[in-house]
Ligand binder design. Structure first.
Ligand code: E4P
Length: 222
């Protein structure tokens, strides 16, 4: 399972990269705005900085919602770096654009996916990744993890190459369940990745090991 970090914050990206478990980055216009990145030139420069930090795929989202605009923006984004993945919303012109990009060999991430039908369309159009938003479904009392299970089943049945990129992950249980269900990728904030580290028995066990070691050293030196 690949781990992507879902942020445009360079420090968080660097910290996850330093941990040695990072496979890529996803961003969206809200995350870019949160970092105060505005204007085409700054946005493009920021994506280039992200690509310099990580070794894996970096999703960069288009703002346009019409076919020609999506193609124009997507091609500009793809030119920034070979590891840029053009993130395209699940709308009619987006599906057409996914098909175009797949024919051009440009990697894509179909975003804002909330149903199995949408995921099926994305795969048919040749998307590299599909992003079902688990947390936002949970927010409206719908089981986001059930959607992951459904999509994984459909893609396995028909041997689609599109990778299931579980998105809108809010906590470690989401991440672990996605791993159990066979999602290819999970994208989440840094605190969720770091949350996997934590267990009280690890902390107390380590304290005991270090205390015993210290006692033995003191006894040997006495
Ligand atoms: C996915 O690519 C999105 O950027 C993201 O996971 C959305 O998460 P949110 O629902 O926490 O905003």
């Amino acid at each position: 399972m690949k781990f992507f970090i879902d942020t445009a914050n360079l420090n968080d990206i660097q910290e996850a990269q330093n941990l040695g478990v990072l496979d890529g980055v996803t961003t969206n216009p809200s995350l870019m705005a949160k970092e105060g990145i505005t204007g085409r030139t700054n946005v493009m420069a920021h994506y280039a900085k992200i690509c310099d930090i990580v070794d894996g795929d970096v999703s960069a989202e288009v703002i346009a919602t019409d076919y020609e605009g999506i193609i124009r923006e997507g091609e500009e984004l793809a030119d920034i770096h070979p590891r840029i993945v053009v993130k395209v919303p699940m709308i009619k012109d987006g599906v057409r654009a996914l098909k175009y990009f797949s024919q051009q060999g440009i990697k894509t991430n179909c975003t804002l996916v909330f149903s199995a039908g949408q995921a099926l369309l994305a795969a048919k159009a040749g998307a590299t990744y599909v992003s079902p938003f688990i947390g936002r479904l949970d927010d409206v009392s719908t089981d986001g993890l059930q959607l992951i299970e459904q999509i994984v089943h459909i893609y396995d049945t028909y041997k689609f190459n599109t990778q299931v990129l579980a998105a809108s992950i809010r906590h470690t249980m989401h991440l672990i369940k996605c791993a159990e269900l066979g999602a290819d990728v999970a994208t989440c904030p840094l605190n969720v990745i770091l949350g996997l580290l934590k267990h009280p028995l690890t902390d107390s066990g380590l304290q005991k090991f270090l205390a015993d070691h210290q006692k033995a050293q003191e006894a040997a030196n006495a």
